[in-house]
Design a protein around this ligand. Structure first.
Ligand SMILES: Nc1ncnc2c1ncn2[C@@H]1O[C@H](COP(=O)(O)OP(=O)(O)OP(=O)(O)O)[C@@H](O)[C@H]1O
Ligand SMILES: [Mg+2]
Length: 367
């Protein structure tokens, strides 16, 4: 079995420790606090939150994923489903479903897992007041932590300000519920929590998630290779961590490729790293090849220039010149479009590929 995980939240034995962040998050959750968690894509935000609540048996975590949420009705339905998912006992699920009768719930049973799932009727839950009942329910439990993941996506809705103001007023009234807001588009999250005009201004403490402790993560990875009797020297681990900017998600993705090109009893070396790159690109080829034709000519030029700048850059005069686009505002516009498409992320004033392997692939294509 491959001992690396990617694309999923990791907890328990799969979670390389982040003691300090876990401690402060747990403290906040246990005192009905409000915290917003930010950090770049695939850095481990959702895993950190899941791991922080995992041992807290007296806490009832309500995970709501707001990724690409479509409107108020969608928010209400996702929140309702998340509340119901916290209940495993069949009799209690029915009671919960009854409480949400105004959303006209329908229960079905998954034929594969046998677990019940609930959907709500289209056209229900599209009034701001629909949220009142849901928040009243979680507050009544007195031990809920509501986790709103990809919270910044609410900003994309046409009636965002109305919804955000309503959420803020409801959350303010919750005395016994803690709230964790999480988001991977950092400047949008900061906009919500640090701009004076925002209803959420100064309403939550900030928890920044950066790379894992390099030594701890190196040991964690070495042990995983050892579990399959592969020995990985420190020098090779350094190469991987540097190529992946120490981002745990990208590191684990690379390690899966490396695992697949190596075998039991082997000492891992440079030629295996080269083979792992080959394996990675073979797996990504189709999606990478589809991507470039879907971009505008300006976006393509900017993405190429960013790849050749090592995968990250500010919008300096020097960078703008390397794009080959004469007008600086056009470069900025193309970069913003790349951020909106989640190909590039903005960290302070630096723009960086969300997927560092795409940057390497683009560089290779133009050699
Ligand atoms: N503490 C950790 N120990 C080991 N691997 C980790 C850890 N945290 C994250 N990872 C790796 O990173 C991947 C992404 O983790 P996670 O989904 O938690 O990140 P995220 O920041 O929420 O990502 P996104 O921005 O896409 O929402 C995991 O599948 C795993 O491979
Ligand atoms: Mg996440």
């Amino acid at each position: 079995m491959i001992p690396f995980r990617t694309g999923v939240q990791v907890t328990g034995r799969d979670f390389c420790p982040r003691e300090e962040a876990l401690r402060s998050l747990r403290e906040c959750i246990q005192s009905s606090g409000r915290v917003y968690v930010v950090g770049e894509r695939r850095i481990g935000k959702s895993s950190l939150i899941a791991e922080s609540v995992r041992p807290l048996k007296s806490i009832r975590p309500v995970f709501v994923d707001l990724m690409a949420v479509k409107g108020l009705e969608d928010i209400t339905h996702r929140l309702g489903q998340a509340l119901i998912r916290t209940e495993k006992r069949h009799g209690h699920i029915l009671a919960l479903v009854k409480r949400l009768a105004s959303l006209r719930p329908q229960i079905s049973v998954d034929s594969l897992t046998g677990s019940p799932s609930v959907t709500f009727a289209p056209g229900t839950g599209n009034q701001l007041d629909s949220l009142d009942d849901l928040f009243a329910l979680s507050e009544q439990w007195r031990n809920a932590v509501v986790i709103l993941d990809e919270f910044q996506d609410i900003l994309e809705l046409s009636d965002a300000s109305r919804i955000i103001a309503k959420l803020r007023s409801l959350i303010q009234q919750q005395q016994n519920t803690s709230f964790v807001f999480c988001g991977s588009i950092r400047n949008r999250m900061e906009e919500i929590f640090t701009h004076e005009q925002s209803p959420f201004f100064n309403s939550a403490v900030r928890l920044f998630v950066g790379p894992l402790d390099r030594k701890l993560f190196g040991d964690f990875l070495r042990q995983r290779f050892q579990s399959g009797k592969r020995h990985i020297p420190d020098r090779i681990l350094d190469i991987i961590l540097n190529a992946c900017h120490e981002n745990p998600g990208h590191v684990q993705r690379f390690c899966i490729s490396l695992w697949q090109v190596t075998s039991h009893g082997q000492e891992i070396g440079d030629k295996d790293i080269a083979a792992a790159w080959g394996m990675l690109f073979a797996m990504q080829k189709d999606s990478y090849e589809l991507l470039l034709p879907s971009l505008s000519p300006h976006q393509t030029k900017v993405l190429r220039a960013l790849a050749h700048a090592g995968g990250e850059s500010t919008l300096s005069a020097n960078f703008i010149e390397t794009t080959g686009i004469t007008l600086a505002p056009s470069v900025r516009k193309a970069m913003v479009a790349l951020v909106d498409r989640r190909l590039v992320q903005k960290v302070d004033t630096t723009y960086r590929f969300c997927d560092p392997f795409l940057a390497v692939w683009i560089r290779q294509q133009s050699m």
